[in-house]
Design a protein. Sequence first.
Length: 795
Amino acid sequence: MVQTRRDFLKRTAALSAASYLGILLPFKDVGNALAADETTWHRGSCRLCGTGCRLELGVKSGLPVALRGVPQSRTNMGYLCMKGMHFWKLMNHADRLTTPLYRAKKSDKFKKISWDEAMNIAADKFASAVKEHGNNSVAYYGSGQALTEETYLFQKIFRGGLQTNNVEGNPRLCMASAVGGYMTSFGADEPIGGYADIEKADCFFIIGSNMAEAHPVIFRRVMRRKLDNPKVTVINADPRISLTSRIADIHLQFNPGTDLALLNALAYVIIDEKLHNEQFINDYVTFKKSKGDTIDFEEYKKSLVDYTPEKAATIMGGKVTADQIREVARKFATSKGTLSMWTMGLNQRKQGVWANNLVHNLHILTGQLLKEGADSLSLTGQPNACGGVREGGGLCHILPGHRPVEKEAMRNQVEEAWGIPKGRIPAEPGLHTMAMFSAVNEGKIKAMWINCTSPAQSLPNCNKYNKGLAKDDTFVVCTDIFPTLTTELAANLVLPTAFHFEKTGVYGCTERRSQITRKAINPPKGAKPEVEIVRDWATLLAKKLNDPVIDQCIKPFIGLEPEYALPKAIWEEYSQKLTKGRDSDLSGAPYEVLEGMYDGVQWPAPTVEYAKTGGTVKKFVRGMDPLAEKLKTDDKPYQFYGAGHPDHKLWVWMRPQANPEEMPDADYPFYLSTGRIIDHWHTMSMTGRIPELLRANPYSYIEINPKDATRLGIKPGDMIEITSRRGTNIMPAKVYEGPIEGMVFAYWHDQHPDRMINKVTMDAIDPGSKEPEFKICACKIKKVSGPQALKPYVV
């Protein structure tokens, strides 16, 4: 079939409109709209956000031509957002890196070198650092966008080979507090339920999340549920009115950082009005003041007396009323199924773990868990933050299979699986992200590998850490598909990598679901998959360090072709040896099983037969979770087998209201918060290269409440200087009722030095999760000029 450019544009426009308006075309019509006879379709997962949408890449004559959703997928049901529809345009983009680049000093210009030269330089630099400065002078900083096979192999080489736990990733910046919340409330990481609860929920409690823009496909399912069932209640709790708020029956708008008071007040009402589930509490709940201090229900109840609705409303700034708090508590507790969802508004806080605990408290107190339509569901921001990093061992304190580094038995299990001597993996956790980049500032890290992320833009208070990255004290290797601010500022060696659908591997999304993407097209000539790069680098490293243990780490992978056999062997080692018997058991999900599933497998999935059913929809429920039956301690229907809670119960925590690290004052009178916009993702190194998305939103701006704008003489489009104790930005004003009075809001994707908001944000961390407080800091604003002509900026 010959397809004219006009036909293609018409069909693409129709599909774009259908997707944007939430219209599901029949599967055959989607195929007819996009496919020519010569087009083949290859199933995989979306490269963006953490939803895990299943899609198919259309390939014609070896080139990508389109993406379409998979209607049979229980994850996205055929829908894609505009970013998901368009990311195929990155695959043959003119800006793709295609040859290794090297410079001895960061002030020098890059020169092109061969892959052999590049691999030898990388091996020499890491070997020299270890010999001269010790094992902890090297570090790996990865990404929730890397495939599980990639993260697993990197951490294996660094831990088992180089003997350092300096293994980190950017999920520390977004999901670490969610991990801390799940571990301390439920005894095990990751959600109990998943997206299937959306179609069964009667009450949605959305807090600290602009789902409509950050997770539009999940939000569409919520919106569809609301439209189909008008009695369904949507509650949105956020200091900012967003697109998500538009479908809310109740919007609770409070001053930033006061949501702990709100959550405690909801618990107060639930108990005061006897809306708690007494039987569930008696059977399954322990109350905690601290890890070593167990209390009873009455003491917990007394701890809430400071959070009556009236007192909480005062703490929150007065826009939320006591009656609203009571109404929300009643709807939360009495719904047939209440589903809470949140993202960075809770996580990226100095009290991020506490905020997560308080949401979990509400579900535990009311028994709004473990049944259809009820769950406490933290949404993930990256496609493999869960599967690759949280499960695959991509943080300094965890080994593969949710094993704590500090436990000798856990280290020994991993060492045995790898066939390396006991004691090879260090007992001490490595440096967490902010400590790692502080060590770079101090010149303590001599060689660093940054994979598939751009910390020069994504770290809070980034000017502080960019000073260290720009120094020649640390040799930096970057593996990526495009130039980024980090490759330009920090890299000595840039290695071009294969992109999504140009390699094979697994992503694990928000709902414990692992899904495979097979290679469908060749990468640009000169680019390689990371698993091949790491294996070849480690081979040279073993020789330069004369270390047979490094050879042992890569022995199972030598000689395997990188397109399929190599990632398959890595996945088999990980899933069969290191998830088997763990709560994240994927031993029943080899490549052959994953390839046969429209939407992958939810762990635990300990057998092939069970994995082929789709896996576990609800954890801890006997009859639904095979581990709940296997590990049961009594005959009750729910079995909480998480290793973090030796009493096999859920824990309700006392977590008082606490202020952010930095509050507005006379010098810096505004709150600043940041977030995503629907058109862009993270540092826009990808979405900024998609013309449709860049045209839709070419640069960032600062949202200002109309009352604040009037008081300061600011009009829409005026150029505004926003300053904190850390840095300054200049960007145009959007005068908008969204942010509460006294708060300004900015998107963080813009790469332009004047509009890069992480120069301004706060790098204080949650003491438990070590996640930074991006979401709240104090700032001041002033008008510096009228509107100016601005252009988009992408490195």
